[in-house]
Ligand binder design. Structure first.
Ligand SMILES: [Fe+2]
Length: 339
């Protein structure tokens, strides 16, 4: 796919859409009035127009395993291999070589997407958020749906955790917008505002028997998600009551602990897990160095679903927010196979 894309771009075709992010198999390119669909999976359908149903399941994904090559020199490790029905994807993304990143201004249509830095630093720029800035260890951004953005440069060995809903979503190029484009910090994108969490400016407060740096994700998403960095406090145990939402995700940033859920599981650096909603869980024997990224989301179906306030005070559910993706351009043109 990467070689074919390089060949077609040398011929003057312009990349408009590519997916999925972790192992691209389909791209749409244009050349004036012509459209070419390049795919290594000709039988794969397009990303779903509706949000796939959430399927709860416990998962434990130890460090290691296989990784795949995404675009722009990014290597992806899947942290939720079962994808919870296609509802969520969590990726441990590494850029080995530091320096400029061959990215371009692009956007995604998603119900939720965040990026958290585990190691190194990355320089990024976002639509309406002013000048480019650097995200460092423990920093996080919420990338609301359709916000234009671009990765500019990274340290060698950059590692980030990216979590998105739905699992399968497109990367759309925006060939017309140049970034930075000024500042409109209060702007809402599909009801969510851009959020930049800076770890070095955030206090540690008591949480679940340990301590947490809260990120402000709840406010930025109108309660759709909560994200915090956890560490042990005076004791080496942390206990979590049943969560009445959907995703309950954890990834060990550093250190070790024992996870108590359906048995005892030893956790080390870069191990990830998902706990089904409605179930308590806990950590014991946490090392002093333990840092855990914890992400939870609200239910996306049912009568108690969180409501999202969209622009002009229009209200929408999580599901309706995602359904806006249906407006994506339809493909009509030539299909090319390639490896
Ligand atoms: Fe992106």
């Amino acid at each position: 796919m990467h070689a074919a894309l390089g060949f077609l771009s040398k011929l003057g075709l312009r990349l408009d859409v590519i997916y999925p992010a972790d192992q691209p198999h389909t791209a749409i390119l244009t050349d004036g009035g012509k459209t070419v669909r390049l795919t290594t999976h000709p039988d794969a359908g397009p990303p779903p127009g509706d949000l796939p149903a959430f399927l709860p399941e416990f998962s434990l994904t130890p460090v290691g395993g296989s990784s795949s090559d995404g675009r722009a020199g990014m290597h992806y490790r899947d942290l939720i291999p079962n994808r919870l029905g296609g509802h969520y994807i969590a990726s441990h993304i590494t850029i080995s070589d530091g320096g400029p990143v061959p990215d371009w201004v692009h956007f995604h249509r998603v119900a939720f997407q965040m990026i958290y830095v585990r190691k190194g630093w990355v320089r990024v720029v976002y639509e309406d958020q002013g000048e480019p800035f650097v995200l460092r260890v423990g920093d996080m951004v919420l990338q609301p749906s359709e916000i234009r953005h671009r990765v500019l440069a990274s340290s060698p060995g950059l590692e980030v955790i990216e979590i998105s809903c739905p699992a399968l979503h497109e990367t759309f190029a925006d060939h017309d917008m140049a970034l930075p484009n000024g500042r409109d910090a209060g702007r809402k994108f599909s009801g969510q505002r851009f959020l930049r969490h800076v770890a070095s400016e955030t206090p540690w407060i008591p949480s679940h028997g340990g301590e947490a740096q809260e990120t402000g994700m709840g406010d930025a998403t109108n309660g759709l998600a909560e994200v915090r960095t956890l560490r042990p406090g005076l004791s080496s145990g942390l206990a979590f009551p049943p969560h009445d939402g959907e995703l309950v995700f954890g990834v060990v940033l550093e250190g070790s602990a024992r996870l108590h859920y359906g048995g005892i599981h030893l956790l080390g650096p870069a191990d990830a897990f998902v706990i089904p909603p409605g179930e308590p869980w806990s950590l014991s024997d946490a090392s002093e160095s333990l840092r855990l990224l914890q992400v939870t989301t609200a239910r996306s179906g049912g009568k108690e679903e969180s409501r999202v306030v969209l622009g002009d005070n229009e209200e929408s559910t999580f599901l309706e927010l995602h359904a806006r993706r249906r407006g994506m351009p339809a493909f009509a043109g030539t299909t090319m196979g390639g490896q």
